[in-house]
Design a protein around this ligand. Structure first.
Ligand code: ZN
Length: 121
């Protein structure tokens, strides 16, 4: 099989070009499929974690949980907000919106968790 990229003549059963390692079933210019991270899944996860953190504020004795979950949500959320920028998915604004909401809720849970422990309310 002739390589579509470099033109090298490979054995018919070859999957990759012997000369340039190009995948022979891919046309030139195609991007080889790699395992993709799903920005929407990360954004939804960030939102859920943020929500849990915010809800824990209102659970008696769960202030430390709210702080912990809020911290996780912050890390996850800021990661999720940046992810669509690199991957450029179709639902970019949805992903970033969800992730931003997750960050806001996480901040809310994180700060109010400390406030609850300090006896502010
Ligand atoms: Zn080749």
């Amino acid at each position: 099989m002739q390589c579509p990229k470099c033109g090298h003549d490979n054995p018919p059963e070859a999957l990759f070009c012997e000369e340039c390692d190009w995948r022979l079933d891919l046309p030139v210019g195609a991007t080889p499929k790699t395992k993709k991270r799903n920005p929407l899944a990360f954004a939804v996860l960030a939102l859920v974690v943020g929500l849990v953190s915010a809800i824990l504020i209102f659970v008696d004795g769960a202030e430390y949980g709210a702080i912990g979950v809020g911290a996780v949500g912050l890390i996850l959320g800021s990661y999720s907000v940046n992810l669509p920028r690199y991957l450029n998915p179709d639902n970019k604004s949805v992903c970033m919106g969800l992730a931003t909401a997750g960050v806001v809720l996480s901040v809310f849970g994180f700060i109010l968790g400390f406030a609850a422990i300090a006896g502010v309310f």
